[in-house]
Design a protein around this ligand. Structure first.
Ligand SMILES: C[S@@+](CC[C@H](N)C(=O)[O-])C[C@H]1O[C@@H](n2cnc3c(N)ncnc32)[C@H](O)[C@@H]1O
Length: 342
């Protein structure tokens, strides 16, 4: 039988920015948070969100058609409510809120990706540092709301992966962990909560510390989690049995990646283990499209930074002296690349 060609996949993908922008706009307006556990008419919801009547029903019914809202009834009296998914993950008042990464995608990445072609032709970043001589984190963190948004974004993208890592990894043979570039201390918090014998250190830049302190205190884990401020481009890392880096290596070029791996090696004891939690690209570079696009995102954000395969990770770790490695799948496109010192 001759396979019939059909262009709908091409068209769907080409217009992928339509559903993307509808969802991102709804998150930006905190639509799912405003709805919470309520059911509301379009008119009432439109009033709360300050929407012009022209767009209300097209917007809300698009969200219904895309599976991000439930609706009972039709027309003006129809009632809109969250789906089980949006109620858990996109309502800011729920502990599983992951909207931070989507808020950042809306406010920053959406615009920067408009210049993907320029990034591809020049190899230069297309974000805030485009016209600045400063480094990406220096520029990003100059503005407190932007720093806070970035911290929220990291929690959103990492929560599910860190939860799986805290459950799946065998912590019984180790007593201490240092999470490098630990941001709000999320990984340390999840590990400390599930494994009371573990002592955790969250290491990040000094500007991040007050934000991390707040989250760690809220989790009631200040006794088990130590916050250390420093700069991993200049300072050694705090010593620990396990050194973790969640989406750190991909922020840097090859020379700095190797520097960070060496620092981890030096901070570990003889039986220590180094874990990189990233959207590790499959060795054939064929299937993990999200990991590959994350690498394009690193081009747009940093220029020379890039994501990598498990084989790349192992080559750099072996060069640093690690003896063996494995890949542990976490959630969706994300894995833990684990290198053992013995
Ligand atoms: C992409 S975020 C990852 C956050 C978190 N590990 C996660 O996976 O959700 C990178 C982190 O590295 C930190 N960072 C950047 N440059 C640093 C430096 N020179 N020294 C220490 N931390 C740094 C940032 O502040 C940020 O928290």
């Amino acid at each position: 039988m001759v396979e019939e060609k059909n262009p709908s996949r091409i068209l769907n993908m080409g217009f992928g920015f339509w559903p993307s922008k509808v969802l991102l706009t709804a998150v930006k307006m905190a639509l799912f948070t405003r709805l919470g556990d309520r059911s509301m008419t379009g008119e009432a919801l439109g009033r709360e969100l300050d929407l012009h009547p022209r767009g209300i029903w097209d917007f809300l019914d698009t969200l219904v058609a895309l599976g991000f809202l439930e609706r009972s009834g039709v027309g003006q009296d129809a009632l809109y409510s969250n789906t089980a998914e949006t109620g858990s993950f996109l309502d800011e008042n729920k502990p599983g809120y992951i909207g931070g990464i989507l808020e950042m995608a809306n406010d920053r990445l959406y615009r920067f990706w408009n210049d993907l072609e320029t990034a591809l032709k020049t190899g230069q970043p297309q974000n805030e540092i485009r016209y600045s001589q400063k480094s990406m984190f220096e520029t990003l963190y100059e503005d407190l709301p932007r720093l806070e948004q970035f911290m929220g974004a990291m929690r959103g993208i990492s929560l599910g992966n860190f939860q799986v890592f805290a459950q799946k990894f065998d912590f019984s043979r180790y007593r201490s962990l240092c999470d490098v570039g630990g941001a709000t201390g999320l990984l340390s918090t999840l590990v400390a909560k599930q494994h009371p014998h573990m002592r955790c250190t969250s290491f990040d830049l000094p500007v991040v510390e007050p934000i991390a302190r707040k989250y760690v205190a809220e989790a009631g884990l200040a006794d088990q989690i130590n916050l250390v401020s420093g700069d991993f481009l200049k300072d050694p890392l705090p010593k620990a049995d396990i050194v973790t880096m969640g989406m750190i290596l991909h922020d840097w070029n090859l020379e700095k990646k190797k520097h960070l791996i060496r620092l981890a090696y030096e901070a570990l004891p003889e039986n220590g283990v180094f874990v990189a939690i990233e959207n590790i690209i499959d060795d054939e570079r064929r299937t993990n499209a999200f990991g590959l696009m994350m690498s394009l995102n690193m081009l747009v954000e940093f220029g020379d930074a890039f994501d990598f395969t498990g084989a790349d990770f192992w080559e750099w770790c072996r060069e640093a002296g690690f003896k063996r490695y494995e890949i542990m799948h976490l959630a969706g496109p994300c894995s833990a690349a684990i290198a053992y010192k013995s």
